[in-house]
Design a protein. Sequence first.
Length: 277
Amino acid sequence: MRKNFVFSTLLIITLCACNSTATSVPAGTQQATSTLPALTESFTPHAPTETVSVTSSPQETPTDPFTETPIPSETFTPLPSDTPLPVVESLKATVTADRLSCRYGPGPEYLYLFAFRATANIELIGRVDAENWDWVLVENQVPCWVKTTFLDVQGDIKSLPVVYPGVAKLPITPYYSPSEVLSAQRNNQTNEINVAWVEVPVNLGDYEDETMQTYIIEVWRCEAGRLIFDPLATRLPYTRFVDEPGCSEPSHGRVWVQEKHGYAGPAEIPWPPYPEP
């Protein structure tokens, strides 16, 4: 009984102590029975912002559009003068025409000697003293002239020695006398030269054929700065041709009388001078 009294007394004392230490809560205020964790904003850092580094390009120095770039002046290089080819003794050639006439002189109007057949192999031994080489001299028992158009030549024709006039000669007739040049006059406006000579009649029996001309006028005349050989032919005692200025070598010419046995002459043409500039 006494133990119960003591226990009850202790219980009352304990309860009173608890009430005295409790904090009174004002009316209307609700005491939280549980504490919620504070919401802390979770900050996730963004990816680092790309920093654009602007590097200024080097400034282009403006070019004055009106500044002309000097053009180098053209340097004139003089053309080398024609170097003479080494002279050869002869050249080999093959005839390409079916029939190629070989004549006593370097042109189609000279007397006929004989003809070469196609594929004939011949030897060329000379040319005319001029800057055109249409005819060349062929080695033969009687040397004669052929036209280069109908040849396949092994080499350069310009390398052949000059043989006409000079070394190669026309056959001389014993039956006719040379003519004589009467006049040679130049037209200063056209540079045309008119030449006249003494007529030498040739008997019909002394014609090689009906197409033969009785006069051969050999002219070395200037054309486009080149001295060319131009053998003219006629049955009349006069002719005309053009001789231009501008050649380094003098023009000249001569007249032959032609008949089937050979030639009479030559009669030199007194060359008329060029007009004063």
